[in-house]
Unconditional design. Structure first.
Lengths: 270, 270
């Protein structure tokens, strides 16, 4: 298993201004690749918080740390300084990073001057490699700390997604190898979560490696509704399929036995 | 300042299934009260992750820890067991908690039996006090650890909000005292974030306690757009108003000087 954690930086995430849709996107992307986020730690724009947050995550020796937010030109964009402090390295101005900024601005028809704000975005923790941002100004940064690879990405969603897709994803996939995923989401009616719980517990005992989760969706016209997720991930396609088939048949039968029914299902078997 | 942190529990938050709207809601609610979330740590449904996550947050000695998710009847709802492990206390069956479950079920016209799933929801870490859930089955739980108060709330948003509003909010407000908040969100056009950055840095130096943040919103018809937030919180109403007025006038003037304009603003001065 490849371990990936996310350090989300930004006061706007902590004061009800912005929902953390980046963590949702990264988690979903990793899950479809056959792994997941182990943790997300959200901290405010402060050097202490960024550096201590990074070190808390690194202490668990993850394969990858995805740092999101705080790469922009404003004074509260202090992620790279916080990362440098956390790693105990100096910041240094990076000509290649400034070149990426220049190329981006010229590609969208803007003139380039090496303003202090732009030089700030090109000032990286020592050892950092700038990563091209195709849809915005601030480059991403790749760093290493021990056996962990750190990707710093902008918080603007489309910029984050661009750099994640072009750089982080490939490296995570290479480490992960080919993974096979079979899964279903069933919409159930006429059954309470508490009634299905013992059957889910049994299914867990059969295959502790599977992801099986029910989500209560309230009463609809007096009838209880639930969603049930079953996901099986394996390096072996036949194993993912067989485990998935066993669990989905077992739980479907139990739902029927308990008087519930499957209103619809969205299935993907590979 | 009252410090509040959030431990969010649930694999669905880490695999792209569910966006963490609870953290958004809690952060916004606290911010309107005059404080904020210091951190959000999201972990998966695992005893090790819940207990170590709790202890990492407690090591910072927050006034309040809001734990959200994993109080339901299914086997992957293991938050209370994880919290007990983290605090080094035993779990014990709580008659008062089972009574709350019974009262809730009867209030919605369902019959009550003390099933294993319901007894599980009434099994609390030693020292825990059950909190009535007016809109769902699983009670919340209040605990203390050193000088920190821990509230465990269900992950279903309306249940979380119900218990937060009825129990956690009052206790946080009491600790906080009366706070006064003046704030604005301005929509700016014709100005790049990088151009405004030095002025924001100056404003920060004038009042480091204020929250001043720009959010780039891309080009609209070739013209750059930005949002600018200014928020000032103080125990003294006059101070909040005066600081707010100074910052908002200073930055509005700078926007005009730099050739930008304020397309609209949403202001709240108290």
């Amino acid at each position: 298993m490849v371990s990936v954690v996310n350090l989300a930086v930004g006061k706007e995430l902590l004061i009800g201004r912005t929902v953390n849709s980046n963590a949702l996107w990264i988690g979903g992307r990793l899950y479809r690749m056959g792994t997941m986020l182990d943790r997300v730690l959200t901290v405010t724009d402060s050097l202490d918080e960024i550096s201590s947050g990074l070190n808390e995550l690194l202490s668990r020796r993850p394969d990858f740390v995805i740092v999101v937010g705080g790469l922009g030109p404003t004074p509260d964009d202090m992620t790279l300084k916080g990362i440098a402090r956390g790693l105990g390295v100096r910041l240094r101005f990076d000509e290649a990073a400034l070149r990426l900024i220049k190329e981006h601005l010229e590609s969208v028809g803007r003139t380039f001057e090496a303003t202090p704000a732009r030089k700030k975005m090109a000032t990286l923790p020592e050892g950092g490699v700038p990563l091209a941002n195709q849809v915005g100004t601030a480059p991403g940064v790749r760093l290493t700390a021990g056996s962990s690879v750190i990707f710093c990405l902008p918080g603007v969603p489309r910029e984050m997604r661009d750099i994640f897709s072009n750089f982080a994803e490939k490296e995570i996939r290479d480490k992960l190898g080919v993974m096979h995923i079979s899964k279903v989401t069933m919409k159930l009616t006429g059954i309470y979560e508490a009634s299905l719980a013992p059957s889910i517990a049994e299914a867990f005992k059969m295959h502790p490696e599977a992801y099986i989760k029910s989500h209560p969706r309230g009463l609809k016209g007096g009838v209880p509704t639930l969603e049930l997720d079953i996901t099986v991930v394996s390096k072996k396609a036949a194993k993912a399929r067989a485990t998935y088939a066993e669990l989905s048949e077992f739980l479907s039968r139990r739902v029927a036995d308990l008087g519930g029914s499957i209103a619809s299902k969205r299935e993907s078997v590979k």
